[in-house]
Design a protein around this ligand. Structure first.
Ligand code: FES
Length: 106
């Protein structure tokens, strides 16, 4: 388990996303109602950046073929996607910095 400081809370406004890198892997941060979640940034269906997707509720729609993933769990919900996204543990410190653990979430 290694925590990586990846961004400040100000960089990920409510309902928005941000692409960062964690241990060489592209990771997407999402701010859902004030809670930051982290998933792998690459869609499991193709070469698309989910940080560029459309956030709807607690899901993100892939910008390429409209596959939908549940952000907190990474579960593939609909569209052509069937393989779940990797999700990562996240913590935000008292100074407003976002930290992502490079170990998979349980
Ligand atoms: S690349 Fe994401 S749904 Fe096809």
């Amino acid at each position: 388990m290694t925590w990586h400081t990846v961004a400040s809370l100000k960089e990920v406004p409510l309902g928005e996303s941000l692409r960062v890198t964690v241990d060489g892997e592209p990771v997407a941060l999402f701010n859902l109602n004030g809670t930051i979640h982290a998933t792998h940034n690459r869609c499991t269906h193709g070469k698309a950046s989910l940080a560029d997707g459309y956030v709807d509720g607690d899901c993100v729609e892939c910008p390429l073929h409209e596959g939908v993933f549940h952000i907190p769990t990474g579960k593939a919900m609909s569209g052509p996607v069937s393989v779940a996204l990797r999700v990562y543990p996240v913590k935000v410190d008292d100074d407003g910095y976002i930290h992502v653990d490079d170990a998979p979430a349980d």
